[in-house]
Design a protein around this ligand. Structure first.
Ligand SMILES: [Fe+2]
Length: 379
């Protein structure tokens, strides 16, 4: 709790008549005001330069510089204090004029002390209230400014944290992608027919998906699903996977299990959950003659329908042990020919809108990515 007591208000009395000065000084002093007196305006101005006062009580009619001129000088010098003019009855008009020039009030001579005390008290009280109000406003402004800068600082900290998190998130996301690509590259190496196939086919699938208006996050799910489509081949014995000749019917039964094996392998991995529909459905055909569930039309997830065309494109335009890569045009015609049978006509339409150059560029990009890892074949 503050024990500070308020300093008494200070009053400067300016009057050329000594008796008036003494009367005012004594009367106001007895009420607790701190009073100083001057007999002329120049002396008052000098004192005001050195000391702060709350109130100036000035006679108007003084030899030399008048009270009105003193008032003008006080206002020009921007001294912050109230001014009460004291004037003879005949000078009332001048006093009113003084108020227009910035005086707070005026008293006419002859005055009684009570009248002066009342005006002084009223003026100082009004001044105190204005000051308190100003202080309150300044205090409020300061607090608002402090709060604002605190909030700005917090905002900046949050933004920094978010960008750090985003960097970390992007790194984790890239790591996931790298792991998936490494896994599939390893699998592609085991299946000598399809080196680089998984990465190429996922890039092809994403390219067609974009043309069909697919956006994130669906695009990422499609990318992962098409990359991992054959992961289930890990569960197919080498005797079948690497068999040089044709597969028997029993061997085909085993081979056709790979979508479900892949699905089971990846189940429970949260970030791949949305990619699973493509893994399980990547061997389905638009006309319902595919496997494992003989889904038809839009029963087949969009990503898997797109994948089917991308897979055929890559299979036909890649080298195989038993034949060289076929020209793009042959693959294109094949895909168009099987529109509505093996492939979704909408997907075929999107596929046809992409130029040969575009596919070649993707092939080259994947090839250089794989070369960088030392895993590219000679396609
Ligand atoms: Fe497959």
């Amino acid at each position: 709790m503050s024990t500070e007591t308020k300093a008494p208000a200070s009053i400067l009395i300016v009057d050329d008549e000594e008796t008036v000065r003494e009367l005012l000084q004594e009367g106001l002093g007895s009420e607790g005001y701190r009073c100083k007196t001057c007999s002329n305006a120049p002396a008052a101005l000098k004192l005001l330069e050195r000391e702060n006062f709350d109130l100036l009580l000035s006679d108007i009619d003084m030899p030399g510089v008048s009270g009105v001129e003193l008032l003008q000088d006080v206002r020009a010098a921007k001294h912050d204090l109230d001014v009460i003019m004291v004037t003879g009855v005949v000078d009332t008009e001048t006093a009113i004029n003084a108020i227009r020039m910035g005086a707070t009030d005026y008293v006419t001579k002859p005055f009684n002390l009570d009248e002066i005390l009342l005006i002084v008290e009223r003026t100082l009280e009004k001044r105190r209230l204005i000051r308190e109000n100003l202080d309150y406003q300044r205090n409020l402004e300061t607090r608002v400014q402090e709060r604002t800068s605190e909030l700005e600082k917090k905002n900046q900290e949050i933004e920094e944290l978010f960008s750090e998190l985003k960097v970390a998130f992007d790194e984790v996301r890239q790591s996931y992608q790298d792991i998936l690509e490494a896994l599939m590259a390893a699998l592609d190496t085991r299946d000598t027919e399809t080196q680089g196939h998984s990465l190429r086919v996922s890039e092809y699938t994403v390219t067609i998906s974009r043309v069909m208006g697919v956006v994130e996050p669906e695009l990422t799910h499609i990318r992962r699903g098409s990359l991992l489509h054959d992961v289930g081949k890990i569960g197919i014995p080498d005797a079948i996977m690497r068999k040089p000749g044709k597969l028997t019917e029993e061997e085909w039964v085993e081979m056709r299990k790979h979508p479900e094996i892949g699905y089971q392998m990846l189940q429970g991995i949260e970030f791949l959950e949305q990619a699973l529909p493509i893994v399980i459905a990547h061997q389905e055909r638009f006309d319902g003659t595919g496997y494992p569930n003989k889904l038809a039309g839009e029963q087949i997830p969009l990503g898997a329908r797109i994948f089917a065309a991308a897979d055929t494109l890559d299979a036909m335009t890649s080298n195989r042990p038993y034949r060289a890569a076929l020209p793009y045009e042959v693959a294109h015609d094949e895909i168009v020919k099987y529109s509505g049978k093996q492939f979704d006509p909408q997907v075929v339409k999107a596929f046809c809108s992409i130029s040969k150059d575009n596919w070649t560029q993707i092939q080259k990009r994947v090839y250089s990515e794989l070369s960088a890892r030392g895993k590219a074949d000679k396609n």
